[in-house]
Ligand binder design. Structure first.
Ligand SMILES: Cc1cc2nc3c(=O)[nH]c(=O)nc-3n(C[C@H](O)[C@H](O)[C@H](O)COP(=O)(O)OP(=O)(O)OC[C@H]3O[C@@H](n4cnc5c(N)ncnc54)[C@H](O)[C@@H]3O)c2cc1C
Length: 516
């Protein structure tokens, strides 16, 4: 890798939580860096969902290096057990961090990285490749362009700008683009800024994760105040599998999550939300009375608005000239993908990971944060902060720190089985325990409204292991395949919606199972 100098600094793409965490770590290590942010302020993507409440309390939402910078400045730490909204995360944490003297001079706002290559060396060429600096093509908000050299690049640009389409096949449905003015991708602020857009309207919500749940709940509240608001909810799964979509209810170890699903069920049962199952949108048609959404031979009654909450995907176009090692399905780094692939990890046990799992055939290039998970739905800030710590340590040549696992992961009491006194898990029964510390980030859906119960934990901790157990890291994939899990653990936990980013856990009858 090229030497890191002021002329060829480390360039971080994106001033979101993980990009700024990487910056904080580089600042601590005294390495030259620049942060390029497309938006007009740090945390720009988070602000897009600023009205949404995180499911992680403050104590799981802050990076340690960032705290080390902020605390001596008199910065007032939020209450650790309180749950921030996206806006609070920006205003109380990301904005002060971005304004810190160690970061502010190195932050460039209104700079969108359009493409990255190696200077004078195209993708095909080997000669001189590793000695050539990275060259970033930047589009400025004022319409100008820039080129920037870098010794290393950390792509922390997230996925919020590239939502999955309404079309069930992964491409926009026929007519979807033409109907764009009536489609919202993500979580609209139904009770705030977008109230007028939805009040008294016929609204379709597509997607079966907790983002969709949130939109449905807010629309149901709006319907009470704004007569004529009609809510249709379309999901891929068949009706016979809807029970799982609602989550574990009272059996859910995260009571607020269970309650959320039950509230949706109640709304469906009461007819407030009209549920359409087995739905795979392939066409959107505008007729004089509204938008008609088709799925093969079926069609919904005309609508005014559509909310698409079907997950996110990474924008790989700016990286086309780099040699990437990405899983063809998950679009996450090859070594990381098997740990998070929702085809196999129904609840998921994601080992803490760092520079080794995040490396590409292109030395000096890393994808971290939400984007590192590709299309997998289950990224957590804590995981991203650990990625940033490990990658920046490696860039500093501190390989011991880069390969040390520093993630302090609280237990869920869900994936690891019941928590007993002292914090150990009893999850050893049918599957046996696992040796490697595991995170349960896949368990924690990206719910906007689900609050972890006080004292509940996000992450399963290391447990003594038997290498041959079905939960041993080497066989995690087969262990976590739903049918295998059912055999093994007596329970099935599965993604809520194939294109959705959220995962719900259906609690096992044998809930002490280690691989649950
Ligand atoms: C609604 C919602 C709720 C969530 N709740 C939680 C939660 O409770 N707990 C949790 O742990 N995780 C949660 N997540 C998941 C995840 O932690 C967040 O999405 C988090 O914001 C990811 O941080 P990031 O830094 O990787 O990316 P982002 O926050 O998306 O930041 C990326 C930044 O890069 C910028 N950018 C994008 N493209 C470019 C470019 N080409 N050039 C320059 N800049 C660019 C963007 O403007 C943005 O500022 C939630 C996600 C969503 C969507």
């Amino acid at each position: 890798m090229l030497t890191i100098t002021a002329d060829t600094p480390v360039v971080i793409i994106g001033a979101g939580p993980v990009g700024l965490a990487a910056a904080a770590h580089l600042a601590e290590r005294g390495l030259p860096f620049l942060v390029l942010e497309a938006g007009p302020q740090a945390g720009y993507s988070v602000l897009s969902w600023g009205h949404v409440q995180l499911f992680s309390p403050w104590r799981y939402s802050l990076d340690k290096a960032a705290l080390r910078l902020l605390e001596p400045t008199g910065w007032k730490s939020p209450a650790p057990e309180a749950y921030p909204t996206g806006r609070a995360l920006v205003e109380r944490y990301l904005a002060p961090l971005a304004a810190h003297p160690a970061l502010a001079p190195h932050l460039r706002l209104g700079r969108r990285v359009a493409a990255i290559t190696r200077e004078g060396v195209d993708k095909l060429s080997n000669a001189g490749r590793e000695q050539a600096p990275f060259l970033l093509h930047i589009e400025r908000a004022d319409g100008g362009e820039e080129l920037l050299r870098a010794s290393a690049v950390i792509d922390a640009s997230g996925t919020y700008g590239t939502p999955n389409p309404l079309g069930a096949s992964g491409l926009p449905a026929m007519g979807e683009r033409a109907a764009a003015a009536s489609i919202f991708y993500g979580i609209p602020d139904v009770l705030g800024a977008h109230r007028e857009r939805y009040a008294g309207k016929r609204v379709l919500v597509a997607g079966s994760g907790h983002s969709a749940f949130n939109a449905l709940l807010e629309l149901a509240s709006l319907a009470q105040e704004a007569p004529g608001t009609q809510i249709t909810w379309a999901v891929r799964r068949g009706g016979e599998r809807m029970g799982q979509a609602y989550g574990g209810g009272a059996n859910d170890a995260l009571p607020a999550r269970g309650e959320l699903g039950q509230r949706i069920r109640t709304l469906v049962d009461a007819g407030v939300v009209r549920l359409v199952t087995g739905w795979r949108t392939d066409r959107v048609e505008r007729i004089p009375t509204g938008l008609v959404v088709h799925a093969g031979t079926r069609a919904l009654a005309p609508l005014d608005e559509i909310v698409v909450a079907t997950g996110l995907r990474p924008d790989l176009a700016p990286l086309a000239e780099l040699r990437l090692g990405l899983d063809p399905a998950v679009e996450a780094p090859t070594a990381l993908a098997p740990l998070i692939d929702p085809n196999f990890h129904s609840c998921g046990t994601v080992r803490p990971h760092g520079v080794d799992e995040l490396s590409h055939p292109e030395p000096g290039f890393f994808i971290v944060g939400m984007k590192s998970y590709g299309r997998a739905p289950t990224f957590l800030l804590l995981t991203g902060y650990e990625q940033a710590r490990s990658v920046t340590a490696a860039l500093a040549g501190d390989w011991e720190a880069a390969r040390r696992v520093e993630l302090e992961l609280p237990e869920t009491g869900v994936c690891s089985g019941p928590v007993v006194a002292g914090g150990a898990s009893t999850g050893a029964s049918c599957c046996g325990p696992t040796e490697t510390p595991v995170t349960t980030s896949s368990l924690i859906e990206l719910s906007p409204v689900v609050a972890l119960p006080k004292g509940a934990a996000l992450i399963a901790l290391s447990q003594p292991a038997e290498a041959s157990s079905c939960c041993a890291p080497a066989v995690q994939a087969s262990c976590c395949e739903p049918e295998a899990k059912a055999d093994c653990c007596g329970a099935v936990a599965e993604p809520v919606g194939e294109t959705d980013k959220l995962v719900a856990l259906v609690p096992a009858s044998g809930s002490s199972c280690g691989c649950q």
